[in-house]
Design a protein around this ligand. Structure first.
Ligand code: GRF
Length: 214
């Protein structure tokens, strides 16, 4: 038993906001649907609700203030070196970005190649970046959704792991659409992590093959 426990994927979550995706991961672990362990939750925002959620569940929470790095010529990289230090100290194997409002630099991307995931509220490659739900509505799309992908240097560009589609309905606002997409986010993020934990994700170029998929 203890041997199995030792093999659990050690997850580090980077987040800046309310943390509903963190909650979905926690719930999946607690329900036994996800064979992983969250070893730390790190935020660049001191008062982020996500840190409070982490504490509530007895998880290590880390606020890493970007301010002291701001004056440096390579501020973003320097910050990410500090993040990397925290992740490595806790022996984090898989990094999950969950509403992390900071662009990750090659410092982190290279260190966690094919071991860092992000969740985005659109069917990528449509509508990367901020305000994805608003952009989908303004574009007149009929179908939106969410995507879990590996993180590469381009924003929201990495190999796609899982997606879920969500219809856009007459009268939708960015908020109503976002709320329906979020329901699907909470399903596919834990699923993608479980696929990783089972060793079933094989990246070839920009295509992720899921082994054993029906
Ligand atoms: C989600 O919509 C996610 O797709 C995006 O940021 C939001 C985070 O929400 N990347 P939460 O903090 O997990 O509730």
């Amino acid at each position: 038993m203890s041997g199995r426990a030792l093999k659990k994927v050690r997850i580090g979550v980077l987040a800046s906001g309310r943390g509903s995706n963190l909650q979905a991961i926690i719930d999946a672990i607690e329900a036994g649907r996800l064979d992983a362990r969250i070893v730390l939750v790190l935020s660049n925002k001191k008062d982020a609700a996500v840190l409070e959620r982490a504490r509530k569940h007895g998880l290590a929470d880390v606020f890493l203030d970007p301010k002291p790095f701001a004056g440096q010529p390579d501020a973003r990289e320097a910050y990410d070196r500090a993040v990397l230090d925290v992740l490595r100290k806790q022996d984090v194997e898989l990094v999950l970005l969950a509403g992390y409002m900071k662009i990750v630099t090659p410092v982190l991307v290279k260190a966690y190649e094919n071991r860092m995931m992000n969740i985005h509220p659109s069917l990528l490659p449509s509508f990367p970046g901020l305000d994805a739900q608003k952009k989908a509505l303004e574009h007149g799309g009929k179908l939106s959704g969410c995507t879990v992908h590996f993180v590469t240097e381009g924003v929201d560009e990495g190999p796609i792991i899982l997606q879920a589609a969500v219809p856009i309905v007459e009268g939708d606002t960015a908020e109503t659409l976002a709320a329906r997409i979020l329901v699907e986010e909470h399903k596919i993020y834990p699923k993608a992590v479980q696929l990783y934990a089972e060793g079933r994700l094989n990246v070839s170029g920009r295509v992720v093959h899921v082994s054993g998929a029906s």
